[in-house]
Design a protein. Structure first.
Length: 590
């Protein structure tokens, strides 16, 4: 049977879609997908951690635990870049081990490991940590369809089996694999490793779907998908379409396609309207398909050239990119290596000089800091290697803990990986927690657990509202539903007696609406205790502008305006608890 993995939650939590959906909506999507019969839900990875830290409103660890609380049937999966973990620099074995143990404790059962250079040695410490954590190891190998390179990839598959991998995954981020040679690639990898071989691919023009169908016909599992609105936006395999195709071919997959369509309809209703219009325009899609490159890499190159006022030189840079890749030993195009090569190609084109100078990251790459590329590096590039280069030492977590820089292992890891950005995030979260504790007047842990139980009871039943009173504490939980904006004021009608005044000064017609809370939680006007409020009375706001942050169960959700207008009143005090549907702002529409 072909097993299918869904990656929707991870893709919604990283660029370019991060911020288009609140945490509460992500959890609802996860709950729907949990009942669909997927082999796993991939819910986090490098891009998710970076996006969460940069956004500065929610811990990525809390996001994982929030999803785990909703998903009690399907295993959760995380994507990691071997000893790079979720960043762009190689890390110490100790840091890698402690990160993976934390991830397992938070609810991750399957770890999808890959190395940006297919250097299996870079996976050894992470693989050992996965075994220690009792998790399952899916090891990925990037293969861009260059068949003379297949024997090298096959040899690496043998070594992955020695690391204790449960599956070998073919990564094709550029849509470069040929459905006609799919059977050979899968069969040779499976024979060499003795393991099931799965597929993670992207591709424009339907190539990814064609590859997924052909891979399934030749026994590949698992195959990665996403729900249709996300898949089509990012050129991934749409799970619903793949399931329907496999059913038509008589291939079992174990997925309830109706449930996946339900998730798609939910996202279309609550998310699609927030997605950037055509985040990957046709001109980028065309160049992605023609050059067989990852769509994200081409988009990044285009954005970089536009910032430099050289948008018309994209095709030149793409041609130079191919040559830079050859000079650098034909590495796979996974991040961060793909971005390093892209930056060098831009430097060559705009300076009109090849290998005259390199960036610090390129120097580290050429010096072997990132690992060993598949082929030899050209002399012109190798001349920039530093023979004395060494991997930067990772922070000493135990010393950081002794210095009081973090309150938990998870906090230590975030600071070690993201530095000052993580410190700012943690300061924001601690500030909210301190205020919350003070203003709730010492809510006992048992009461907090009781609230969790009540929420789960309401979510798992048809009850719309449940109220419990115990020892003087009254708790009400209401089911969340769509709550349209309610008009609170309208322009007065003009009576005949007013006609004269109306002729001399036409009345201004305006409408004021209330912005209600979409959830039960705590209302915060600013992103941190010392920051300015998101909005104040008299401010003009645009559609999608953040109005406030709502916290529930330690998860922080930005509330964005659905209308353009002027804030006429802020109806709730900072750090006050709010109920579902409670008016938060009065907004005069413009």
């Amino acid at each position: 049977m072909t097993r299918i993995v869904d990656t929707t939650i991870r893709l919604l939590s990283q660029q370019p879609l991060v911020g288009t959906i609140s945490t509460s909506r992500v959890l609802e999507v996860a709950e729907i997908l949990d009942q669909a019969g997927f082999a796993a839900l991939e819910v986090s990875g490098g891009g998710c951690f970076d996006a969460a830290v940069q956004k500065g409103t929610e811990s990525p660890w809390e996001r994982i635990r929030g999803v785990k609380a909703r998903c009690r049937t399907t295993p959760l999966q995380m994507a990691l870049r071997g000893r790079f973990l979720v960043g762009s620099r190689p890390l110490s074995d100790d840091l890698v081990r402690r990160f993976i143990l934390c991830a397992a404790e938070s609810g991750i059962e399957i770890f999808r490991l890959h190395d940006p250079l297919n250097d299996v040695e870079n996976l050894e410490s992470a693989a050992a940590a996965v075994r220690e954590a009792g998790g399952r190891l899916y090891a990925g190998l990037a293969f861009s369809g260059f068949m003379p390179n297949l024997p090298r990839v096959v040899d690496k598959a043998r070594r992955l089996a020695e690391l204790g991998a449960d599956h070998v995954l073919v990564h094709d981020p550029a849509g470069a694999l040929d459905p006609g040679t799919c059977d050979r690639v899968i069969n040779e990898l499976a024979e060499a490793s003795g393991l099931p071989v799965g597929l993670y691919c992207q591709g424009t023009g339907g190539n990814a779907l064609a590859m997924a169908i052909e891979a399934a016909r030749h026994g590949a599992e698992p195959i990665a998908t996403a729900v249709l609105p996300v898949a089509y936006t990012l050129h991934r395999v749409a799970g619903e379409v793949l399931c329907d195709s496999l059913t038509g071919l008589g291939l079992e997959h174990g997925v309830d396609a109706d449930r996946v369509w339900e998730a798609s309809r939910f996202i279309d209703e609550h998310v699609t309207s927030q997605m950037p219009a055509l985040p990957i325009p046709p001109r980028i899609t065309l160049r992605t398909a023609f050059n067989r490159l990852p769509v994200g890499l081409v988009s990044e190159l285009d954005a970089r050239l536009r910032m430099l006022g050289a948008a018309d030189r994209l095709d030149e840079v793409l041609e130079e990119f191919k040559q830079v890749r050859l000079d650098c030993g034909v590495p796979p195009l996974a991040q961060p290596v793909g971005g390093i090569l892209a930056g060098q190609a831009v430097r060559h084109v705009l300076s009109a000089r090849r290998w005259d100078e390199v960036s610090p990251d390129m120097r580290d790459y050429l010096s072997g800091i990132y690992g060993n590329p598949p082929q030899a590096i050209a002399p012109a590039a190798a001349a920039h290697a530093d023979p004395n280069a060494a991997v930067d030492p990772s922070p000493d977590l135990d010393q950081m803990r002794a210095e009081g820089l973090a309150a938990s292992e998870e906090d230590l890891l975030l600071i070690a990986l993201f530095g000052d950005d993580a410190s700012r995030l943690l300061a924001t979260l601690r500030g909210r927690g301190d205020r919350e504790d003070a203003e709730r007047d010492g809510l006992e842990r048992s009461q907090s657990e009781r609230i969790r139980e009540l929420i789960e009871m309401v979510e798992g039943s048809d009850v719309g509202e449940l109220t419990v009173e115990d020892a003087g504490v009254r708790i009400t939980v209401r089911r969340q539903e769509e709550h349209p904006l309610a008009p609170v004021a309208a322009a007065p009608a003009v009576t005949p007696a007013d006609n004269g005044a109306a002729e001399s000064a036409a009345p201004s017609v305006s409408q004021t609406v209330t912005v209600p809370s979409p959830m039960v939680g705590t209302f915060y006007r600013s992103p941190s205790p010392t920051a300015e409020p998101f909005v104040s009375e008299g401010d003009t706001v645009a559609v999608d502008q953040v109005l406030c942050v709502l916290e529930a169960m330690k998860l922080f959700n930005e509330l964005k305006s659905e209308h353009a207008g002027v804030i006429r009143a802020v109806l709730v005090g900072n750090a006050e608890p709010v109920e579902y549907g409670q008016p938060l702002f009065e907004l005069e529409l413009v």
